[in-house]
Design a protein around this ligand. Structure first.
Ligand SMILES: NC(=O)c1ccc[n+]([C@@H]2O[C@H](COP(=O)([O-])OP(=O)(O)OC[C@H]3O[C@@H](n4cnc5c(N)ncnc54)[C@H](O)[C@@H]3O)[C@@H](O)[C@H]2O)c1
Length: 365
């Protein structure tokens, strides 16, 4: 039975571990919290991600530990790293969790059999090459392998990816990684193989394109509304052109959540370091802000001064519990701060988080 290691079994890593386990791999996961790891081993997780609880419950080849050497002691040579890479104020990513993991691996000494690290975290372009140099003397290869998934659909998106992006350390390692995916996925994705720098740029650029598409639809929609035209019909017609496509081309709230805004900004931060500021990424971000102001005005005009304004959700997308960079919530906040009575109707956990962040600003049914 092929063994796989995963360091960082949070939102992304846990789903990946379960998908690999279901595909027949023996999976060894590492995370920092004793309680969390015990809960995984006792199959007591309460994840909001569809299928996770059931898949964990029925799993028989997934083992978790708080000790990183758990992976090396089990002679595992394919290790995914899926720790968090939070954004810094300048838009770049903080790689300190990856550094901590790899420093720890180094502290165990030089590996005799080469160990392949597959970095699933979102990293700044160029980082994986630096990491590869750091790890090489200790018997590790470093490849970049990010995921294109949406929260709330992670298990499914990992099983049915459009593309598997592999920034490989070398051909042999890339082939190995590709063969792991071929066993796991349930469709026939395009395997995009390249060097890790190109793959790091591809990951950010893909999300930048999607944010561009969203901002484009919203700005054309705003223009249509301002000039008295039919925004829905316009956007539908644009999306009907197969060169453009209708996915992510809808008029609505701006883009938000834990991935799109930060990947867009990170690409711009990288571009600035290359002395090539990425105007498209900056414009997309600006349009998102402008669109929010447009929506505020529209709501203020649409609702009478004493009329309550009700939001059926304020998470960054319907059905999610995440409020990070939610444009719906940003709109609700601006309306409430403008003196309007705003009613927030969302899941209990979202309402609690919103109340904690903005005490007394909203009413909850
Ligand atoms: N969740 C998503 O939708 C998504 C989508 C695309 C890319 N990503 C990227 O994937 C990466 C992981 O994201 P996530 O959402 O799963 O983050 P997360 O915070 O949910 O999970 C990271 C996990 O790593 C663990 N961890 C931290 N330090 C560790 C250490 N030293 N040893 C072992 N475990 C450690 C944390 O305890 C946590 O459980 C990030 O780089 C993110 O940008 C996430």
């Amino acid at each position: 039975m092929k063994k796989i290691g995963i360091i960082g079994i949070g939102k992304l890593g846990l789903c990946f571990a379960l998908n690999l386990e279901k595909a027949g791999f023996e999976v060894y996961g590492v995370d920092v919290s004793e309680e969390y790891v015990n809960n995984i081993n006792n199959k007591k997780i309460n994840s909001p991600e569809p299928f996770v609880n059931e898949m964990l419950e029925s799993s028989s080849r997934f083992f978790a530990s708080t000790k990183t050497d758990f992976i090396l002691k089990n002679n595992i040579t394919d290790v995914f790293v899926m720790v968090a890479t939070p954004s810094l104020a300048d838009g770049t990513y903080n790689h300190s969790q990856i550094e901590k993991v790899t420093d720890e691996l180094i502290s165990f000494g030089i590996e005799q059999k080469p160990v392949n690290l597959y970095i699933g975290c979102t990293t700044m372009p160029g980082y994986c090459n630096l990491l590869a140099e750091k790890m090489k003397p200790f018997g590790y290869t470093v490849s970049y392998n990010p995921e294109f998934i949406a929260q709330g659909n992670i298990i499914h998106d990992q099983q049915y990816p459009d593309q598997v992006l592999i920034g490989d350390a070398d051909k042999e390692t890339g082939d190995k990684l590709e063969s792991i995916y071929r066993k796991m996925v349930k469709n026939n994705p395009v395997y995009c193989r390249m060097d890790s720098l190109s793959a790091e740029i591809t990951k950010l650029a893909t999300n930048c394109f999607l944010t561009t598409k969203i901002s484009f639809a919203n700005s054309i929609g705003d223009l249509a509304i301002k000039s008295g035209a039919d925004y829905e019909k316009i956007i539908q017609a644009i999306g009907a052109d197969s060169r453009i496509g209708k996915k992510y081309l809808n008029y609505g709230f701006g883009f938000g959540g834990p991935c799109f805004p930060r990947d867009n900004r990170a690409l711009d931060a990288f571009a600035k370091k290359q002395d090539y500021p990425l105007l498209i990424s900056e414009a997309t971000d600006e349009v998102n802000k402008k669109h929010l102001e447009f929506q505020v005005q529209r709501y203020l005009e649409k609702y009478a001064i004493n009329e309550p304004i009700e939001f059926d959700y304020v998470s960054y997308k319907k059905g999610s519990v995440i409020i990070e960079e939610s444009q719906q919530l940003a709109l609700a906040v601006k309306l409430a701060k403008a003196g309007r009575k705003v009613i927030v109707n969302d899941r209990e956990e979202v309402k609690e988080e919103v109340e904690k962040k903005y005490p007394g600003l909203f009413e909850f049914p």
